[in-house]
Design a binder for this molecule. Sequence first.
Ligand code: SF4
Ligand code: SF4
Length: 473
Amino acid sequence: METDSKGEEGFVKDESFRDSISTISEEGSRNWIYPQKPKGQLYDKRKLVSYAYLVLFFTVPFIKLNGEPLLLLNVLERKFIIFGLIFWPQDLFLAALALLTFMVFIVLFTVVFGRLFCGWVCPQTIFMEMVFRRIEYWIEGDANQQRRLNKQSWNREKITKKTGKLLAFFALSFVIGNFFYSYIIGMDKLIHIITQPFADHVGGFLGMIAFAGVFFFVYTYFREQVCLVVCPYGRLQGVLLDRNSIVVAYDYVRGEPRTKPKKLEDTKAGDCIDCKACVRVCPTGIDIRNGTQLECVNCTACIDACDHIMEEIGKPKGLIRYDSENGIAKGTKLKVTPRIIGYSAVLLLLVVGLSFGISNRSNIETTILRAPGMLFQKVGTDSLSNLYNFKIVNKTHEKMLLKLKLESHRGTIKHIGSVNKLNLIDAGMSEGTFFVTIHRKDIQERKTKITFSIMNGEKLLEKYSTNFLGPAK
Ligand code: SF4
Ligand code: SF4
């Protein structure tokens, strides 16, 4: 697209780029993107961030706190451990609050800093651009060499390079996929699956293969489509970004009208020499000079490429840079808008609520219910008894020797089976049944509320109330 005119608000008038997607051809088939290998200051910084990220990613599954993984997101067994704190399904409220806090944080962060997350720390970008793409450059060469290799017939060079790449990609996908899997089932269990006979862990092995297969498909074939079609965060940009959000942006005030190098002496010429270096490095195949687009993952490759060109033609760097629309059009710096203040206030409230919820979270979760379908029983001439089922979850790493005490009435508790069921192991759950017998004169209603104390030694952990059924009046 050639254009050098500005719209009313400084945007380029030619909007024809909106009629198509760079990764889809006019016939509707996939346009394979061959981004040129980026180089520059920001790329070097992103490499450092990615190294730190990869070290964290591969070490966290081995780190334990109080004998539990530092981070475990076991959706299958509905058990979540974050920084050693165990969250059970009973902590649904806290989990929902944590999720809401995270969402508001993402919204606030995006309103201010755009898609900084996507470019610097999103696992998809890190693995695609900083791991798999670099291996591809190493095996197949830069963009033009890859194009040529794909076009040429199957000779020895092509077979060797393609096979080598696919093997390397699969091996890496297997390792990365299994580490992801370990965040769900835990590293101990993963090692157990790997070291035990296949027949004992068919499901576990299938899980490993499924994870590896998905990663192999994504990084070998699907690539930028994850950001363009699948990722919901990318889709939200349209509603989250405003004219004050900091994004990777082209300075059209300085850059337009675009001028080919031979016309550089033209005093009216903008700084953009229309060399398209910024387009050639883009992993999603877009032209950032068209303005902020859904496809831009803020990877900064175009900033580095344009800075390099500016250096070559002796102009100041930053024709493409991190800036807001208002920053480019009016030169205004980051402004604290009412929207930012509003989101920040909500975020603060949520963080306070979440901290309060976590610090006041009970160490156990108790459920005591009358056995279904059972009425009261007469015991001797003067007492009544009810049968109860209990379930107690120990949310801590501490072993507990629990005791049930009838708090509200004089009466007795008689366990059916072993009372040892109240001996709770760390992060474990216990279920059992017991009778409560109360003197008849203390039961005046058909349903009487009774309260239990759940004690750990002499320490009161929780009180729990339920009904005791007596004869109708
Ligand atoms: S790299 Fe810079 S000079 Fe070249 S086309 Fe892009 S914006 Fe213009
Ligand atoms: S436009 Fe620039 S920042 Fe956005 S994805 Fe392309 S190269 Fe990365």
